[in-house]
Design a protein around this ligand. Structure first.
Ligand code: DCP
Ligand code: MG
Ligand code: MN
Length: 339
């Protein structure tokens, strides 16, 4: 966390925050996005308090803290623990479930199927389950993918891609996005945007898929391509695995191809974090607009259930700052986009 451990340690709610973070991490592993979000927001709120929050009533009066979370805060203060969290540690099926959810690309349905089929360990899966190629990689490199990547290593992966790309065409640009751009001290994966002033998507694709990627495979830097849901695949993304020549740890690497006219929207979107993006999307929607990774659009016609009936007209895509302006949001540096 970029807020740093020191600011938590001196916070009167340090112990509560610590336990809520563990509970949030549990829900994150369970892919329960709703509860993960609720816990993250509550932790952010508690970090800002300079008095100790002791009762459910005090907690419920804070923004983003609902009654059930407020009860849990009181329980933590009174008992120095949280039964719900302790329970998760005793339940063996629960542990296996979280283990399986940690396999790259495995969701709730897949994890459940493996458990129903009687599998209990990763070795079990390798020996007895029918796995896709991506799942096999996810299991064989389970520990690699679970290890955070230091800032220096993220940068080294970015430099490697940039060096190779600039040898092919010096006008290309490589930007490291995601948690790295927000200044995080470590990251879960490496997110990279590839662009070139004036180039069409088709040129970006040609160079990336026919020159860059084959070359990076040949050099041994790229290890495998991973499957992604085909519904989201418009040929501007590549998901896979890379490894530095000096290392044996395989890392998750995402490449994204962005034409110049969408660069502002892509910078905004892929800087995140996900909650900040969600609030920007909500704000756009309240103003009758729509924000996605390609741009800010207006004149969206929505149906009875607020489903959109057209794509709208592009308002801004090129300039990140302008998108903030048009939405009426004061500029926030990437490291300030943490919710
Ligand atoms: N993103 C989003 N909503 C999602 C997933 C991603 O808005 N459901 C955006 C915001 C993220 C960016 O894409 O910052 C990159 O996605 P990552 O999953 O790689 O997340 P981060 O880079 O922020 O964190 P990590 O260090 O875990 O990779
Ligand atoms: Mg990332
Ligand atoms: Mn990513």
């Amino acid at each position: 966390n970029p807020m740093g451990a020191s600011s938590t340690a001196s916070n009167p709610n340090a112990r509560t925050i610590e336990i809520l973070e563990q509970m949030g991490k549990y829900y994150d592993q369970m892919q329960d996005q709703w509860r993960t979000l609720a816990y993250r927001k509550a932790v952010t709120t508690l970090r800002k308090q300079n008095v100790k929050i002791s009762t459910a009533k005090e907690a419920a009066a804070l923004p983003f803290v609902g009654t059930r979370l407020a009860d849990k805060i009181e329980e933590i203060v009174l008992t120095d623990r949280l039964r719900r969290l302790d329970n998760t540690r005793d339940d063996p099926t629960d542990k296996v479930f979280r283990l399986f959810l940690g396999v790259f690309g495995a969701g709730l349905v897949q994890a459940n199927k493996w458990i129903q089929a009687g599998h209990r360990t990763l070795d079990d899966l390798i020996a007895n389950a029918k796995l896709t190629d991506s799942q096999k990689i996810g299991i064989e490199h389970y520990d690699d993918f679970a290890t955070r990547i230091s800032r220096a290593e993220v940068k080294a992966h970015g430099d490697y891609v940039r060096d190779a790309l600039l040898k092919i065409d010096p006008d290309f640009q490589v930007t490291i996005m995601g948690s790295y751009r927000r200044g995080a001290k470590d990251s879960g994966d490496i997110d990279i945007i590839i662009t070139k002033p004036g180039a069409t998507v088709s040129t970006l694709r040609d160079v990336t898929f026919h020159a860059l990627i084959p070359q990076l495979f040949k050099a041994g830097f790229l290890k495998v391509k991973l499957a992604t849901s085909s519904s989201h695949d418009d040929g501007t993304k590549w998901h896979g695995v890379s490894c530095l020549p000096s290392s044996t740890i395989w890392r998750r690497l995402d490449l994204l191809l962005v034409p110049e006219e969408e660069m502002g929207a892509a910078l905004l979107y892929f800087t995140g974090n996900d909650i900040f993006n969600r609030s920007m999307r909500l704000l756009a929607s309240k103003k009758g607009m729509r924000f996605n990774q390609r741009g800010l659009y207006k004149d969206i016609i929505r149906g009875r259930n607020r489903e959109k009936l057209n794509e709208g007209t592009l308002v801004e895509g090129r300039d990140e700052k302008k998108i903030f302006d048009i939405l009426g949001v004061p500029w926030r540096e990437p490291h300030e986009r943490i919710c």
